[in-house]
Design a protein around this ligand. Structure first.
Ligand SMILES: Cc1ncc(COP(=O)(O)O)c(C=O)c1O
Length: 389
């Protein structure tokens, strides 16, 4: 179902991941997987193209299809009438923020976190206010509710953008974490945006809890917007369709006022409906492969890069690697220059990411092994750490 991810075939792709670097570089950076697409998604897009059906979208039935998936996967039944197609998750987030927060106000985020959270907020005329995750001595990341509360208490702050599951740490937040967030946001009166794009990819052993499945107070529901997508789970970000899910008429009206800015791609809507309705077996095959890959990565790192710290993600296909024990300098540049592997520099995720890299392991075990072998050789070939004077 997932294909064999042979580099020869992958190099025919013309997506950003496969065209940014010269052909001798293995790309393991941007968040696209290497697996083949699910057949029902290919059929949906093929049929539309064959019929010349490439007009503007009308997402009839998308809410029902998503609600069916959410019921089966998360035991939660959102109101299909409060599920909206958006062009992509980041556009949904910034349009919602523009609608319901004042220009110039602050939005709290939890670095290390998905880089566009920084620059899309700034582009939108919002100030980024950081409440970093807390990192324990074993390398585990936690929501720091004290830091969050302090940040949300500031007069200039109007909103909180929570990443759940979290990119790049792979954390799936617990019921206790999310109820703590709900209590703080209710008390501080802020807008809450929850980015649940990685939710379909919660891996075995973890249970993703959609924020709106919690019993939150009515006032908070009025100013809560959640976003998800088939784009990560089924690997179709280029088709441009995400979902906004809300639970109050006020939040729905805010999205409806922005309808023109929130038109998704028609092919994206069709593919998304096919994904949620007909591609759950594919999703589970991908989750199974990623479960294997996260364990394989631990073994590969122990063999080739024993100085690198790694906690297997609880969701998705991104691994957050602590490279601070490697030779000084930028680890991503080292892996690229000497190993011909492209990963994402940790500093892109904010200051707490310095010295880390993010590795995309949404590929075959064979390619993952080659990636880590190359990274290990690059580190071995690098000059050793400079001793402190
Ligand atoms: C947490 C998070 N949010 C949003 C996105 C981007 O999604 P979209 O392309 O739908 O804007 C990504 C992509 O990797 C992501 O990891």
């Amino acid at each position: 179902m997932l294909g064999d991810c042979s580099p020869g075939v992958l190099r025919r792709r013309r997506s950003w991941k496969w065209t940014e670097y010269p052909p001798d570089v293995i790309p393991a950076w941007v968040a696209e997987m290497d697996f083949d697409l699910a057949e029902p998604i290919k059929d949906a897009v093929r049929q539309a193209i064959t019929a010349g059906d490439c007009g503007y979208p009308h997402p009839i039935g998308l809410g029902e299809v998503y609600a069916g998936f959410a019921r089966q996967r998360f035991g939660w039944a959102p109101d299909p009438g409060r599920v909206f197609a958006v062009p992509d998750v980041m556009t949904g987030i910034v349009e919602a923020l523009q609608e319901v927060t004042p220009h110039g106000s602050g939005v709290v985020i939890n670095p290390p976190v998905y880089p566009p959270f920084f620059f899309r907020l700034r582009l939108t005329g919002r100030a980024v206010v950081e409440a970093p995750l807390r990192r324990d001595q074993d390398g585990g990341y936690h929501l720091d509710t004290g830091a969050l509360d302090a940040a949300l208490s500031r007069d200039d702050v109007a909103a909180y953008l929570l990443c759940s599951p979290h990119n790049p740490t792979g954390r799936v937040w617990s019921h206790d974490d999310l109820t703590a967030v709900a209590a703080i946001c209710a008390r501080r009166g802020v807008v809450l945006i929850v980015d649940e794009i990685h939710a379909p990819l919660a891996l075995p052993g973890a249970r993703h809890i959609p924020f709106l499945s919690l019993d939150i107070d009515e006032d908070l529901a009025r100013r809560t917007f959640t976003f998800t997508s088939a784009s990560k789970g089924w690997n179709i970000p280029g088709l441009k369709c995400g979902l906004a899910v809300v639970s109050s008429p006020q939040a729905a009206a805010a999205l409806e006022r922005r309808w023109e800015a929130l038109l998704a791609s028609h092919l994206g809507v069709l593919a998304t409906a096919a994904a949620f309705a007909d591609c759950v077996p594919w999703l589970d095959a991908a989750r199974g492969q990623l479960d294997e890959n996260r364990a394989l990565l631990a073994a590969l790192l122990a063999r080739y890069l024993p100085a690198v710290g790694y906690r297997p993600p609880e969701a998705s296909f991104l691994a957050w690697l602590d490279c601070r024990a490697l030779s000084p300098g930028d680890a991503a540049a080292l892996f690229l220059d000497r190993g011909r592997v492209a990963v994402t520099p940790g500093a892109d995720f904010g200051d707490p990411g310095r010295g880390f890299v993010r590795l995309n392991m949404g590929t075959s075990p064979e390619l993952l092994a080659e990636i880590v072998r190359r990274m290990g050789a690059a580190a071995d070939a690098a000059p050793g750490p400079v001793a402190d004077e």
